[in-house]
Design a protein around this ligand. Structure first.
Ligand code: DGT
Ligand code: CA
Ligand code: CA
Ligand code: ZN
Length: 634
């Protein structure tokens, strides 16, 4: 998290705490407003002059002083005072879907509940249900939400894990003697959640002193909570999920005493990180081994055996008398490999030597990647798929984004320029529709004005940059499958993304009917986050996916792979089903904030895990092809 994001997160937290203390609405709102303004800043807080900061809408004198204090000390006195008054556990309670600030405050002041354990007790003894605005139904909702959160405990969403991996990799790569370092494991496979991190550091020649220095650097980096193992060539540690504050970075010792920042809602507080140091000749083999999956490796090892070879984490050997290189004596670039050892410095050489096509990490799940036993239905051509998998750099357009008209932080023009800076030829502006009141969805009148504004920006930027800015909507699919705007209005939009936002606990049959109606609607182009699930928090709809896919194919509707790491919806298996059914995909970032464009890698990873090739993804098309496809529904 950047200093901006961290400061904003502290302001959000202060707003929550003030609210829990029963503070007046306008004071609370001042903090939330400032927090949102800071989140939307495109420049780094620490480089801004006080006058520049004061010029930001939503930042007043007082907040500017707080920013200065935060930058100087890494915290704020007022923040610490609030923290002393409001029990930590209450903020966790606020993070439970279905529990608003009013209820949490009532829970605290009338029932004495201060944490999740207390909340559970109050649910069990019936006292929670008796609070104003509560009742059995509301309590059951909270119970379900808690169960979902607890199931997710221990596995971290990919986006958060990647941020941590990058911190560790930066430290390891900065060590003298380290040629390269990569994250392996489920993270490299792009899995939606990650159990622990597996970091592989490569040195030219394995040397105990060098390895120790690398591991010492890792285990003493900011945020390390505990060192579990520090062996000869491997270290394991628990790393705090929250990024260290500037103060901690400066003084790691004080860091241990510093308070954690619970605003970011995650149920996992620490992540295990394993760091291994290997010599260059082994790097590819080690990376391959620890990338997994275990099931994929079992298959690859069996393949090696059929050829009389031994494959392990150290390399690929012609007989079983192999030894790890550090035991077999010095092997280096200047010294040829011993007889009987295949160069395993690059993992591609291992697949090549075994006569297998190179399998991209996201496909290593033993789901048919060795050309056998496809999971279901149609078998996709493995070699072709592996070569043609969609990549981040193939994406040329964003078709799902929000502006300040609904719940985004960018203006239409800022959004379009940000998309252009990414190398995109097209962006669709798709603000929320009227039923999404929390997201400030647009009533028909406001949508008409907004469309006009989008078309004006299009005219300007098309002339200036050749950029296409499309007028669209993310229109709610209501509980019964009706759309949230009239056909007359939808007809005027260039792009319609139809998404479910409410009633996400419908039974499967109702959900299927609901989504089928949206797919069959002649004006709909894309179904946004089709299940509405939130990773570790909400299961979402469970429609009969095959029926949806058949309809999507028939009606030429694309299904979205929402790239936000808390959604990844469609999920990997659904993508695989879609590709087998020949259904088009839209990989979009659902942009609310300029940073959201960077989530594309997670949507791409999910699509690749579902074996999506470039040709199945409408965002890879050139402008004329995409625009013609959109116009077919007008
Ligand atoms: P995670 O951490 O639960 O998200 O999932 P992974 O896949 O990262 O699993 P992890 O960290 O336990 O191990 C990393 C990789 O190391 C795993 O994908 C394959 C390899 N590996 C670990 N243990 C074994 C094993 O007993 N046999 C084989 N063949 N490979 C293993
Ligand atoms: Ca792992
Ligand atoms: Ca591991
Ligand atoms: Zn949405």
């Amino acid at each position: 998290m950047s200093a901006n994001a961290r400061f904003a997160s502290m302001l959000h937290e202060m707003a929550s705490m003030l609210e829990l203390l029963g503070e007046q609405g306008f004071r609370v709102a001042a903090y939330s407003k400032a927090a949102r303004a800071i989140e939307g800043l495109t420049s780094d807080l620490s480089t801004m002059q006080p006058a520049q900061l004061l010029a930001v809408d939503g930042v007043g004198e007082k907040m500017a002083q707080r920013a200065a204090e935060y930058l100087a000390t890494g915290t704020m006195k007022d923040y610490a005072q609030l923290k002393a008054k409001v029990p930590e556990g209450l903020l966790q309670c606020l993070g439970v879907p279905g529990l608003g600030p009013k209820t949490v405050r009532a829970m605290w002041t009338t029932l004495g509940v201060t944490d999740i354990a207390g909340l559970k007790k109050a649910m069990d003894d019936g006292s929670l249900a008796n609070l104003p605005r509560m009742g059995e139904k509301a309590v059951q909702k909270i119970r379900d939400a808690l169960a979902t959160i607890e199931q997710g405990q221990g596995r971290l969403p990919l986006g958060l894990a990647v941020a941590i991996a990058e911190r560790v990799l930066a430290v390891v790569r900065a060590q003298p003697g380290v040629i390269r370092a990569e994250a392996a494991g489920s993270l490299r496979r792009g899995k939606e959640t990650v159990g622990d991190l597996d970091i592989i550091a490569c040195v030219e020649k394995l040397d105990a002193g060098l390895a120790q220095a690398v591991m010492r650097a890792a285990t003493s980096m900011p945020g390390v909570q505990r060192v579990l193992v520090q062996g000869e060539f491997k270290a394991s540690m628990l790393l705090s999920v929250e990024p260290p504050s500037p103060a901690e970075q400066a003084a790691p010792e004080e860091a241990k005493a510093a308070e954690p920042h619970p605003h970011q809602q995650t149920s996992t507080k620490v992540l295990q990180v394993d760091v291994r140091v290997v010599p260059r000749v082994s790097f590819g083999a080690t990376l391959q081994y620890f990338t997994g999956s275990k099931e994929h490796n079992v298959r690859l090892r069996a393949l090696a055996q059929t050829k009389g070879l031994t494959l392990n984490e150290w390399g690929l050997f012609l007989d079983s008398t192999w030894k790890p290189f550090h035991e077999a004596g010095p092997v280096s670039a200047s010294r040829p490999l011993p007889d009987g050892v295949v160069d395993a410095s690059e993992e591609g050489a291992i697949y090549a030597h075994l006569g297998a096509p190179f399998v991209p990490p996201e496909m290593r799940e033993d789901r048919g990647e060795f050309g056998s036993a496809a999971t279901s239905g149609v078998a996709l051509d493995v070699a072709h798929t592996a070569r043609a998998l969609v990549r981040v750099e193939d994406i040329r357009s964003e078709l799902h984004s929000h502006t300040t008209a609904s719940d985004g932080v960018l203006s239409i023009e800022q959004l379009a320029r940000a998309a252009h800076a990414r190398g995109f030829h097209t962006i669709a502006v798709t603000d929320h529709s009227q039923s999404s009141t929390i997201a400030r969805g647009l009533k028909p009148d406001r949508l008409r004005t907004h469309m006009q504004a989008v078309r004006e920006v299009h005219a300007k930027l098309h002339a200036e940059l050749g950029m296409t800015v499309l007028a669209g909507s993310e229109v709610d699919i209501l509980a019964d499958g009706n759309l949230d705007y009239s056909d007359e209005l939808l007809q005027q939009l260039d792009v319609v993304v139809a998404s479910p936002h409410a009633s996400l606990k419908q039974d499967a049959a109702t959900a299927t009917k609901r989504l089928l109606r949206a797919i069959e609607h002649p004006l709909v182009h894309i179904i946004g986050h089709p299940t509405g699930r939130i990773i570790n928090q909400r299961a979402g709809l469970e429609p009969a996916m095959h029926e949806l896919l058949a309809a999507a194919k028939q009606h030429n509707v694309a299904l979205e792979v929402n790239s936000h790491w808390s959604r990844l919806d469609l999920r990997d298996l659904h993508v695989r089903m879609a590709c087998e059914a020949g259904v088009l995909l839209a990989i979009d970032c659902d942009v609310h904030h300029p940073d959201d464009f960077a989530n594309l890698r997670f949507g791409i990873a999910t699509a690749r895990r579902g074996w999506a090739t470039k040709d199945m993804v409408i965002n890879t098309w050139d402008g004329p092809t995409l625009h013609a496809w959109l116009r077919r529904k007008r």
